[in-house]
Design a binder for this molecule. Sequence first.
Ligand code: DGL
Length: 281
Amino acid sequence: MMANSRPIGVFDSGVGGLTVLREIEQILPREDVVYLGDTARMPYGNKSPETIVRYTLEGASFLLDKNIKLLIVACHTASSYGIDILQEQLPIPVIGVIQPGFELLMQSTRSMRIAILGTEATIRSKVYQNLIEEHYPKAKIFPVPCPLFAPMIEEGLVDQVFTKQIVEHYLSCLRNKKIDAALLACTHYPLIRSLIQETLGENVQLIEPARVCAEQAKEWLVSSSLANFQSTPPRYEFFSTDETDKFKQKMEIFFPVRHVSVFLRDWKSVNNLKSCNQTFT
Ligand code: DGL
């Protein structure tokens, strides 16, 4: 296989990473993709750092075996704990969502009063807070863990009466904080963007890193002469570590498939994710 016709790997704890894949499809329409959603072990957001790192390395190892040329870690929780280790250990480049999210957030705020919305683990990792404090010591950061958001959205419960109440429950604390930007630091949150916007008010810009992440991938592919110029439609291959049918149903919420060919594999072929001891040989 020619180096530039190798696929891009996209990793997420579940189907949420499809919100990132949507952007990859737009920005890199000729690239083949292998997507792995670790649905059997999702959510990562309530797991310990050690467990998140182990799962992330196992997922990356699975995708490496698919001969990918670049790995995109769509999951904020996995990126928060695993991106440095992956970038150090993998023989291919690894792009996460943290740096794009940070850059976009800081380009967008004027008041330097900003909120970070994410899973418990992402917020606890302080990955965004540390980056911001290091580069913008005057920024006032309001980190808000929203543990129910991802499971609720994963179940497709995005427009129920209680969805609004749950959004209100987590985010009403931000109302008097005079923030002007909030980072949606979780793959799932774009799916309830309008509710979050309604709750925070229209003066607050909601920041999603997915597009910038896809653009960074494009930059790397072009600068390394590894972009795919195929004229046939790209091949998208999806793997999930648990029930494929459920994954397919959820795909319809997150990523209605239009132009791409989809090959969905039975989870049994992937349930032997290699146990990985933080080394890639
Ligand atoms: N994909 C995760 C993230 O972006 C959310 C779901 C989970 O907790 O696994 O943080």
